[in-house]
Design a protein around this ligand. Sequence first.
Ligand SMILES: Cc1ncc(COP(=O)(O)O)c(C=O)c1O
Length: 523
Amino acid sequence: MSSDNKKSARPAMLGAAHTDASEYGENVRNLDMIKRRQKYLGGSILFYHQPVNLVRGEGVWLYDDEGNRYLDCYNNVASVGHCHPHVVDALTSQAKLINTHSRYLHENVIDYAEKLAGLMPGNLDVCMFVCTGTEANELAMRIARTVSGNQGAIVMEASYHGNSTLIDELSTAAHPIASQRPEHLVAVEPPNTYRGPFRKGEHDNLAARYADLVDEAIAELDKRGQGTAAFVCDTIFDTQGSLEAPKDYFTKVYEKVRAAGGLCIADEIQAGLCRTGTWWGFEHYDVVPDIVTLGKPMGDGHPVAAVVTTREIAEKFTSSAVYFNTFAGNPVSAAVGKAVLEVCEGEKLVSNCAEVGRYLRQRLEKLAERHAIIGDVRGQGLFLGIELVHDRKTKQPASDISSMVPDAMKEKGVIMGMTGRYGNILKVRPPLVFSKQNADQVVETLDQVLSELANPAERPGATASSSAQVERVDQGVITERMLEKFAANGCERIQVSPGVVITPLAIDKARSLKIVIERVFIN
Ligand SMILES: Cc1ncc(COP(=O)(O)O)c(C=O)c1O
C-alpha cells in the first residue's frame, strides 16, 4: 500500500469523504473555509469532492450558500423534515422559559418519557435519557453487564454503534481484523442473504443458519471467561447495507442469547421512529428486546437520545449503580422530543414511510431492469440499499462506480450516501416526510447518473496494456496527487481493493495520465 495514503483506517462506507484539505484542488469552492475547518476541527470528515456549504433547510430540501436547492435523501437526523415549525416552536418556547438539568421536577421530561414508553411493546416502559446514540449504547452495555454479571458482547461484522471507547470496540466496521479486537467481543456474520455465506435461492433455513452462528459466539465468549452480557444489533443493518434479516432470525438469536444469560439490545438509532414503516425496526421481526437504544431522529436535529428498558432491568441496574446525565432529558430537549412524536402521529409518518418506501422500492426495482449494475434493491420503509455490482453472477462490488454516485447525484440536486463493507451500496434514507414525487425525482436522477457513470467505455482502464507496471492499493482514498506520484515512478496500472475510494477528479487524472485502475475482487 502506498505510504502516503493516510486514510487507511477509514471504513469504506464513508465514501467520498476527506479529512485533509490538501486533497482538494486549488479550484474547489470555499477552499478557505475547508482549510480553516481542517485547522480548527480535529479530523472531522467532510463529504464530497466539492463540499457543500448548507445554509438553510426546509422539509426535505436543503439550500447551499449559492441558493442551489438539493433534495435530501440522506439525513435521518432531521427526521420530520428540516426545521419543522412545530418542533422549532416547541424548542424556542421552552428555551425562553427555562432550561435546567434533570434533578428538578419538570412536566416535559415526564410527559416525554410517558409518551415514548407508550409507543413501545411489552414491558418496555422505563426511559433513561442520554444525548447521543453512543451514550445510549454505552449505558445499555453498562446495564447489560451489571444485570447479567457477564462482560462479553456479540455484535455483527461491519457494524457501527458509536464512538466511546467501549462502543468503538463494538463498531467492527472500524476494526475489521478479528485478532485485533478485545477479548470481550465476538462478531458474527450479519444475515446478508444476497452476498453472505448463506444466500437466498442457494440455501434453505436461512434464519436458523445465520442464528446458529451466535451459538459459536456464545461458546467463544464462555471459553474466554467473558460470558455473554449482550447481543447488540442495529435492526436495519445500516453499515452492512440495509439488510432484511430472515423473518425468524431475531426470535432464534434472542432465545439463544437469553439462554446464555445475556440481554438483547436493539440499536434503533437508525431504524427507530417510523423509518421502516413501523414505529421501531424490531417490530418487523415480532420480537421484544430487553433494551432499546434510540438517538438520531428523536429530536429532528436537536440531540435527544434514550435507553428504554423494563422496570425490572432498570431497578436491578440502579440498585447497584448511579446514573446521572447533566444535559439529557432537560426541559428543552424533552419539549423537542415530545413535539417530534406529535408530528409523527399528526402527519401519520409510520404509514407515510411504509407507503412511499414501497413505491420507491418498486420504482428502483424497475430501474434495475434497465441498469445491470444494480444487483439488489432491499431494505424497509424509507431506508433502502441499492447494491451496485459489475456482474450479477459473481456479485463483484462496483465500488469504483458507487464511490462516484453521491458526488454525481449532488451535482444534479440530490443528496445521497453510500455504505456497506465494500462501499458499493447506495443508501437512501431521507427525512420521514418524503413524498412519492420526491421518490420520482430520486429515481429519475439516479437513472441519468448510472447511465453516465456505468458506461464501461468511459471508465479508466478501457485501453489497458497487459504488461503495465502495477501498483497495489488496499485501503483508503485514491487522490490525484497519489496518481501523479505513481505516474512519476512509471506506473501504468493500479490494482485497487473493493473498499478503496477513487475520487471523480482522480478518475479524470487517471485517464489523462493513461493509468489503468483495476478493481480486485476478493469474495
Ligand atoms: C446504528 C448506530 N448506532 C449508534 C450510532 C451512534 O450515534 P451518535 O453518533 O449519536 O453517537 C450511530 C451513528 O451513526 C448508528 O448509526
